[in-house]
Design a protein around this ligand. Structure first.
Ligand SMILES: [Zn+2]
Length: 390
C-alpha cells in the first residue's frame, strides 16, 4: 500500500519482508532478500499466498456487556432503529448492562472480541468507550481498554466517547457539564481521541461544538459521528475543528464533503451499520470528486453492527455502494491509518512500519472483498509475531 511508479499500491510479486523488534526493516523481491539482509531469526513461508498490511479498523465500540439480539429480530420485521432508542431499550439497555458488569467481565468480553478482530486480519483498532456514561463507568471502560491492550497482540487506540448519548435519568445540561468539567480533563492521559455523536437522539450541533472545542483545547484529537441518520451540522463541526475523522456521513452534503477534504479529515464509512439499519447510500461520488479519503470500518457495536469482520464490511461497501475492491482495501488500510495518525506505521508495509500483516488465501489482495462473509485470512502477524488465539 505504498505508491510505486508502476502501481499506486506498490504490489510486489514474489515478495519478501524482514522485520526486527516488530518493525519492518526490509521489503522487496524474494530473490534479493538473502543478499541484502542478514537473517538470524524465525522464517515464515507464505507459500505464494497474498500478504497485505494488517487491516486497520478506525471505528469500533468493543467495551460493552449484554445482547440486543431481540432488537435485531424486531428490526428485521420492520421496526426502525430510531424507534428502539427510547426508554430502557437500545443504547440505554447496553449502558445498564455495561454499568452492571465489573472490569474482569468486560475485559473477558473485550478480549474475545480482540481474538475475532485478529482472526479476520485486523491488527489495529480504534476503540471507543461510550456505554458507561458517568465518571466512574467511563473510567472503568478506559481501564478495560488499557488492560485488553496489554493482553492482546491487537493495537488498541482509545477514544473517549462520553458524548455518545445523554444517559437515562440524567438532566441533559448536568450531563454535559459533567463531561466537560470532570470527564474530559480526567481522561486526557488515557485517550488519544475524543468523539461525539452529533444528531438526534444524541447531541445538538451547539452541544457538540462546545464539547469538542473543549476537548481540542485539552489536547484530544477529534472524531465525530456525523450525518448518519439525518442531515445536520456534524460534518461542518468536524471540518471546523480539523477532526481526524468524520464518521458515517450518509447525509453529508457536497459542500460539507469539500470542507472535510480541505480540513484534512478522513471519512470513516460504516457499511455494516448502514446495511442493518437500511440506511441510504453515502454520497460516494461526491467524496471521490472531492478526493476525500474514505476509510472502511466495522463499527463493531451491539446495536447496529455486531461484527469484528472488516472484510465483511469491505464486501458490503462494494456490493451495496459500488465502491471498488481497491478502494475498500485502501479504506481498510492506509486511509484508516491516516485517521488514527498512524500514516507510515500501520496500514502499509514499508521500512519502519509495524510488521503487521494478514496472509490471504486469495488470487489477488483486493479479492478479499469478493469472498462475502467467508474468512480468507489464513494467518495474522502482529508486531512481527504470528498471532494465535488466546
Ligand atoms: Zn459508532
Amino acid at each position: 500500500m505504498v505508491p510505486a511508479k508502476e502501481d499506486p499500491f506498490g504490489r510486489i510479486r514474489d515478495g519478501a519482508l524482514a522485520a526486527r523488534w516488530g518493525r519492518v526493516v526490509w521489503i522487496g523481491e524474494d530473490r534479493d532478500l538473502e543478499s541484502q539482509v542478514t537473517l538470524d531469526g524465525d522464517a515464515l513461508d507464505a507459500a505464494g499466498a497474498c500478504v497485505i498490511p494488517g487491516l486497520v479498523d478506525a471505528h469500533t465500540h468493543p467495551v460493552f456487556a449484554g445482547s440486543r439480539a431481540d432488537e435485531f429480530a424486531e428490526r428485521v420485521s420492520g421496526v426502525a432503529y430510531r424507534a428502539q432508542q427510547s426508554g430502557e431499550r437500545g443504547i440505554a439497555r447496553t449502558i445498564r448492562a455495561t454499568r452492571e458488569a465489573d472490569v474482569s467481565t468486560l475485559l473477558e468480553l473485550a478480549h474475545d472480541r480482540t481474538n475475532r478482530f485478529l482472526a479476520n486480519g485486523t491488527t489495529t483498532i480504534e476503540a471507543k468507550t461510550g456505554y458507561g456514561l458517568d465518571l466512574d463507568n467511563e473510567a472503568k471502560s478506559l481501564e478495560v481498554l488499557r488492560k485488553v491492550a496489554e493482553r492482546t497482540r491487537l493495537r488498541v487506540i482509545p477514544t473517549f466517547l462520553g458524548a455518545h448519548v445523554v444517559p437515562p435519568g440524567v438532566e441533559r445540561r448536568a450531563y454535559l457539564r459533567s463531561v466537560i468539567d470532570e470527564m474530559l480533563p480526567a481522561f486526557r492521559p488515557w485517550a488519544v481521541f475524543c468523539d461525539a455523536w452529533c444528531e438526534a437522539p444524541a447531541f445538538t450541533a451547539d452541544e457538540t461544538r462546545t464539547l469538542l472545542t473543549r476537548a481540542k483545547a485539552l489536547g484530544y484529537q477529534i472524531r465525530v459521528h456525523a450525518a448518519q441518520l439525518a442531515p445536520g451540522e456534524g460534518p461542518d463541526i468536524a471540518a471546523e475543528l480539523g477532526a481526524r475523522s468524520a464518521d458515517h456521513l450518509e447525509f453529508a452534503t457536497p459542500a460539507q464533503i469539500k470542507a472535510l477534504a480541505a480540513a484534512g479529515t478522513v471519512a470513516v464509512l460504516c457499511p455494516a451499520a448502514n446495511f442493518t439499519t437500511h440506511g441510504p447510500r453515502p454520497p460516494i461520488e461526491a467524496m471521490r470528486d472531492a478526493k476525500l479519503p474514505m476509510a472502511i470500518a466495522s463499527d463493531l457495536n451491539p446495536g447496529t453492527s455486531n461484527s469484528e469482520s472488516l472484510p465483511m464490511s469491505m464486501s458490503l461497501a462494494c456490493v451495496q455502494w459500488g465502491m471498488t475492491p481497491i478502494e475498500v482495501l485502501a479504506g481498510a488500510t492506509v486511509h484508516a491509518a491516516r485517521s488514527l495518525q498512524l500514516e507510515g506505521l500501520a496500514g502499509c508495509l514499508a521500512p519502519g512500519s509495524f510488521a503487521d500483516c494478514a496472509v490471504l488465501d486469495t488470487e489477488t489482495p483486493e479479492a478479499i472483498s469478493y469472498y462475502v462473509g467467508v474468512n480468507r485470512v489464513i494467518k495474522t502477524v502482529a508486531g512481527g509475531v504470528v498471532w494465535r488465539p488466546s
